[in-house]
Design a protein around this ligand. Sequence first.
Ligand SMILES: [Mg+2]
Length: 403
Amino acid sequence: MRLLECELFEISIPTRRLHTWATSTADVGSGYIIVKLTADNGIVGFGEATAMPEWGGDFGRYFGESGNTTRVVIEKHLFPAIYGMDPFDIENIHRKMDLAIRGYNYAKTGLEEAIYDIAGKALDQPVYMMLGGKCRDGIPVAHSLGIMEIDAAVEEALEAVSEGIKDIKVKGGLDFKRDYELVRKLRSALGPDIRIFLDANQAYPTAKEAVKWVGRMDREFNLEYIEQPVEGLEQMRLVTKLLHLPICADESCWTIADALDIIRLSAADYLSIYVTKAGGIYKANTIAKIAQYAGIRCNVNGSGEFGVGNAANLHVACTARTATLASVFPVTHIDGMEQTKVAGHWYKDDILTKPFRYEDGYLMVPDGPGLGIEVDMEKIRKYSVGKGGNNSMVIRMKEEVSM
Ligand SMILES: [Mg+2]
């Protein structure tokens, strides 16, 4: 098989409510890139780049992407580098992409997910079978409360729990007192059995202050863990050393090298793995294996993926033995086929013909070949950003045109 054609669609889907956090003010789901790849035998695969300009690594180590930068990077650098390659030649595909342009992991992910989708379809096997097989059939969904007003957040958490959610993620980091008050009210409303964890998105000013306030919240209201309280491995290491509560690295953990640094420095207890931050399924799976053999728990999260990226997340999460923490995955909804009112309900619609099954707080892993999804091209057209919903870009290389 050879990779022959690449088509890109820039997609925006309306959200149920605005979802922002301490370091990102734009709503999710705006201008993500859907990649459609076609092989020479006609097999088609899809991938997704959840391009977010404001999302990045510690101290600008990794830069945000927008729909426009992702399109240019794929068109000018990445697809020309891997054109004609065999989709099963995955290590070399990554090497070519990494040599063609440094960084841009979201763009690389969009292409690589589509390559896995093609390879799985060619084998008539789900992608998780190419990663070592399934450890679990469903992934527990953590419901994420974005930065929002306290009473509205408590009300939303109660509704999500009534729909099966057992893990509530609180976005905070901007104001210790606000976070304390929100966690206090949540614990009082939700009772002792719901797991609550806080994500400060690097925004607490110093390790010592984070330790003081988060330690107090944990002692009084029992937190499950805290995600990325501060920026940078030195500060993270200090919080991890001084706090009994487990610390999860998110912004600090993008690549395989980052995961190794965190383990070497004992800069966190848990890793938040994204398919996108790592640069694709292959590398995210490698981080999950490193975590497993380092004795580190993890979860697979994301930036509010549509159905294509969500499928990739589910395949990686179900094969990762120590990915036992709940994941912040949207519960994929198709307009007219809503599965929940609030729980994990990010988008009003999606670009798949069928949602992943949601059962009592779990999102079930699809078992069909490849990513196990069917993309609805009508929905792609409907949610394409641009004039008349027709902004697709087809990349054909010269060699192919002359054939
Ligand atoms: Mg996070």
